[in-house]
Write a protein that binds this ligand. Structure first.
Ligand code: 0WE
Length: 259
């Protein structure tokens, strides 16, 4: 059975109770994992307070600030993990960002700095976090990241995030190949559209959700809990033979060639 007892799991990317990372953290906790949480710090400490209150029921034994654009924060976060846990077994990467004006209008208008920002936060961060986690994954491990269909097909307005997700999915394969000999598995979940803080800021997201509800094989969207259960599977021994894969949790939408 799905059992994560005795496993130490660091979950990144929780912003509020709609975050996919929150759905994942809850399912890992339910399966018995020891939970660590990172949050994106702000000047006023509002995020720290908000995320701390939200995750309290999971009794996190690690709670660290982590802005992935800051190498010192990455080093410090994993130093804390090393001190508190001695070892990490599970890393959940649920991070993405592009400038809002790069998620609308012409892709050819994408600025050099906007392109770099999107790939730094959304793509390079996985590589960097894997590098930081590797010396602490002394008994093997499982790393799971979140991706989207816009990384393999054209989705209107996803633009530079599509390039970031394409790079992320290829990073999953290179990381899986490199870390496999240490029994560290790296996989991705390609989730269908879900209403979250990130997606709600996107114009037309409701129309996209209604489209999925109308045409996806299961005639609905997916929930954070369903993504969380797939993540728990990928972190458990039930998936011990799998690495380098992208699993679609999208109510079947990806198989369609025409609605
Ligand atoms: O990966 C994502 C969200 C990515 C995202 C969203 C935002 C909105 C607010 C990254 N950066 C930002 N920056 C902001 O300032 N998704 C899969 C959700 C999503 O985003 C879209 C989508 C879907 C679906 C953007 C355009 C079109 C569809």
């Amino acid at each position: 059975m799905l059992d994560l007892t005795g496993k130490n799991a660091l979950v990144t990317g929780i912003a509020n109770n709609r975050s996919i990372a929150w759905g994942i953290a809850q399912q890992l906790h339910k399966a018995g994992a020891n939970i660590g949480i990172s949050y994106l710090p702000d000047e006023k400490g509002k995020m720290e307070k908000k995320v701390a209150e939200l995750v309290e029921p999971l009794n996190p034994s690690v709670f660290v600030p982590l802005n992935v654009q800051d190498d010192a924060q990455i080093q410090s976060a994993f130093a804390t993990v090393g001190e508190k846990w001695g070892r990490i077994d599970i890393l959940i990467h649920c991070l993405a960002f592009a400038n809002r004006d790069d998620l609308t209008g012409g892709f050819v208008e994408t600025s050099r700095s906007g392109f770099a920002t999107a790939l730094d936060i959304s793509t390079y961060s996985l590589v960097k976090l894997c590098g930081a986690a590797k010396p602490l994954m002394t008994q093997g491990g499982s790393i799971v990241t979140l991706t989207y269909l816009g990384g393999v097909r054209v989705i209107p307005n996803y633009n530079v995030m599509g390039i970031a997700k394409a790079g992320l999915e290829m990073s999953v394969r290179y990381l899986a190949a490199e870390l496999g000999p240490q029994n560290i598995r790296v996989n991705g979940i390609s989730a269908g559209p879900i209403r979250t803080l990130a997606s709600s800021a996107v114009g037309g997201i409701l129309d996209m959700i209604h489209h999925v509800e109308a045409v996806a094989p299961l005639r609905r969207t997916v929930t954070q809990t369903e993504v969380g259960n797939t993540a728990a599977f990928l972190c458990s021994d039930l998936s011990s033979g799998m690495t380098g894969q992208i699993l679609y949790v999208d109510a079947g939408y990806e198989i369609l060639g025409m609605a």
